[in-house]
Design a protein around this ligand. Structure first.
Ligand SMILES: *[C@@H]1O[C@H](CO)[C@@H](O)[C@H](O)[C@H]1NC(C)=O
Length: 652
């Protein structure tokens, strides 16, 4: 009942948010003269926060001294995912009117005087932004404004951001020029916007507009640095605007004049519904995706074959022999995994912690599964910004009940009595760790005046979600779980624990655990590269179909490796499987952590300490959640397997 209502609630949230979110329904535009209430003539341009690959810290548009919109009240409503992940969408002063070309429109002037300390500070912020390669992210009609270049071997390559300026230093140059010995900075103070639209198909939006109306297909930008002292923005003799490489001296002045040009181009070859394709297509290497899937599938097939062969054949033989032996008069001594039947279900040490981790693991598992399923169905398309994270967070909160239920049942089956601590820990431990880390990182971002620092009200909102929704739901789940009878095990546990014989190197706990994570990690690591890119390099991730497949493969490999290793350990008469099964597949997260370190060293050029701290903070959260996820998959697979095999052997 609870589950059903949760699902209905979720559907409502998604339905409502997609209903309100612009961009999922097409917007009709028309010329100013023809404006009616069915169409808009004003094309609004929103600016988002700026980010860079060289630092983890994003900044709001107004952090830099650009031209700002006078009217800040028109900011669009952002969802939770956007706020928590640092997106700040603000109105801009650019005034664009549909189908009206404009050339070199003056936007605003900025004056800096060397005698003024504040002016030099503002210049320093801009200079730092340019030299760290901060990227603008603009939005028009709920589409990212793209910057397309054909540098990469004649393949046109579009990105969703563009630099705020360029530099040329002895190290290298991001401008189209040779690196100079003296550092030179240029600010992009002019943009050429090129808006293509689809028009004329009267039956689509009524003959009211005809060829005077249309829908926006794409907005491409070319940023330039223009020294306006020579007059116009275009022409042969325009020079780039040199940005002072050092703070201004006494009585020195520096002026920046911002401007823009807009051209509208009709293009009826692209349908409105496929307008995202060109952005998604220019994302790099879709072929590698297939390769990665193939790679993972090979691992899964190989592993499944092994598990199938070994387990089915040997198990079948084992069981046949065990059961035959009981019938025979001349019973030999028992051997193999049957020997430990009186101990396999002996409750583990630290059963409380294990049950809490498992409960939280189930919560993460269900959240991932449902989020990915929604993403595959296209609910969480890139047009629906922030929806993915909002969905994940809301789901996590709503899935408190399964966590409480699972944790309670496992804890009860361990014979635990302290049910109050169990419930409290389940509802507090994992969310507490995540929230605590998040809070500390937020402090750093806040000190750095970054846009990713979430407002206090949002922080309170998150706390409320946790304390007022998630915790009560966990209590409900736990209540139901404790009311049920404890899980019955197929064999009884002996009074006196059996002695575990000396183990060989391979069957000792540590080597098994370390090996256990290798194969699951091997399945995901290519996909991981894209996911990390989408988190840290602002590349859009949209291949949720792939991701879903990889997730399923991950679940299968985690389960199979754990079962396999578990079987070997039981055969070696080592019956401490509870924690080991959790740790075996959970060790994948350690590899994930190592991979993130590798990614940090090779792909990102992060130098400042705050950024590094934030990177590892977020990584720790990710690794922790991933550990809960993989660990519980391994545990439940092993649990199921052991219950199965001990329920078929006859024990007197
Ligand atoms: C705007 O400029 C483009 C390119 O020069 C041209 O093709 C188009 O017809 C112009 N549009 C209008 C409405 O003048």
């Amino acid at each position: 009942m609870l589950k059903i209502s949760a699902i209905i609630l979720l559907f409502n949230i998604i339905y409502v948010s997609s209903f309100y979110l612009p961009g999922l329904a097409p917007v009709n535009y028309c010329k100013e003269e023809d404006q009616t209430k069915d169409c808009k003539s004003e094309v609004t341009l929103y600016v988002n926060r700026l980010n860079t690959e060289e630092s983890v810290i994003p900044y709001e548009y107004s952090h830099f001294d650009f031209c700002l919109s006078e009217d800040d009240s028109k900011s669009p409503v952002e969802n939770l995912g956007q706020v928590v992940f640092g997106e700040r969408i603000r109105p801009s002063p650019y005034k664009i009117s549909f189908m009206k070309n404009a050339s070199c429109v003056h936007l605003c002037d900025r004056h800096y005087n060397g005698n003024n300390k504040d002016d030099n500070m503002r210049l320093a912020t801009l200079r730092k932004g340019i030299s760290l390669g901060y990227n603008h992210h603009w939005i028009v009609d709920n589409m990212p404004v793209t910057y397309c270049s054909d540098k990469k071997n004649n393949h046109i390559y579009c990105t969703t951001g563009f630099r705020m300026g360029c530099y040329s230093r002895n190290k290298g140059s991001t401008c189209d020029m040779e690196p100079s010995n003296e550092p030179a900075y240029y600010i992009y103070n002019h943009v050429d916007l090129r808006i293509t639209y689809h028009s004329g198909a009267k039956e689509e939006w009524g003959s009211k507009f005809g060829s005077n109306g249309g829908r926006i297909i794409s907005v491409k930008v070319t940023p330039r640095s223009v020294d306006h002292s020579s007059g116009s923005c275009d022409g042969a003799n325009t020079k780039m605007l040199k940005f002072p490489p050092k703070p201004l001296g006494k009585d020195e002045v520096f002026n920046i004049k911002y401007s823009y040009s807009v051209i509208f181009i009709q293009d009826n070859s692209v349908k409105w519904s496929s307008r995202w394709d060109y952005i998604l297509e220019s994302m790099p290497y879709p072929n590698i995706q297939w390769f990665s899937i193939l790679n993972s599938l090979v691992i899964v097939l190989f592993l499944s074959g092994m598990v199938g062969m070994i387990l089915l054949r040997t198990l079948y033989k084992d069981i046949a022999r065990y059961n035959q032996m009981d019938n025979g008069e001349d019973a030999q001594e028992e051997f193999g995994w049957k020997l430990v039947h009186g101990d396999v279900f002996r409750p583990p040490r630290k059963g409380m912690l294990l049950s809490v981790l498992l409960g939280s693991g189930i919560q993460v598992f269900c959240m991932t599964l449902v989020t990915l399923a929604f993403a595959c169905l296209g609910f969480l398309s890139p047009a629906n910004r922030g929806a993915l994270m909002t969905c994940a967070m809301v789901l996590y909160v709503l899935l408190g009940s399964p966590a409480g239920y699972v944790s309670a049942r496992i804890y009860k089956s361990f014979g635990g009595e302290k049910w109050k601590s169990n419930v409290l820990l389940t509802s507090m431990l994992a969310p507490g760790i995540v929230f605590g880390l998040f809070f500390v990182m937020n402090l750093v971002l806040w000190v750095k005046d970054s846009s990713a620092a979430i407002p206090f009200s949002t922080l309170v909102g998150l706390l409320a979600l946790w304390w007022l929704v998630s915790v009560p739901l966990t209590f409900v789940g736990a209540f139901v779980g404790f009311r049920k009878r404890a899980i019955e095990h197929p064999v009884r546990t002996n009074q006196i624990p059996r002695l575990i014989p000396e183990q060989s190197v391979y069957t000792q706990p540590m080597p098994g655990i370390i090996m256990g994570g290798v194969l699951p990690f091997g399945c995901i690591f290519i996909q991981l590269f894209f996911i990390l890119n989408s988190i840290w390099s602002a590349q859009m991730y949209y291949m949720f179909g792939f991701l879903f497949l990889v997730f399923i493969i991950l679940v299968i490999t985690c389960a199979e490796t754990t079962i396999l290793l578990c079987y070997f350990h039981l055969c070696a008469e080592d019956y401490h499987w509870w924690w080991r099964s959790y740790l075996t597949s959970g060790f994948t997260s350690v590899y994930l952590f190592l991979y993130c370190c590798y990614y940090f060293n090779t792909k990102l050029q992060i130098e400042d300490a705050a950024s590094a701290f934030l990177y590892f903070g977020y990584t720790t959260i990710m690794v922790f959640l991933f550990n809960l996820l993989t660990g519980s998959i391994g545990f439940f697979a092993c649990f199921w397997f052991i219950r199965k095999i001990y329920s078929v052997v006859k024990v007197d």
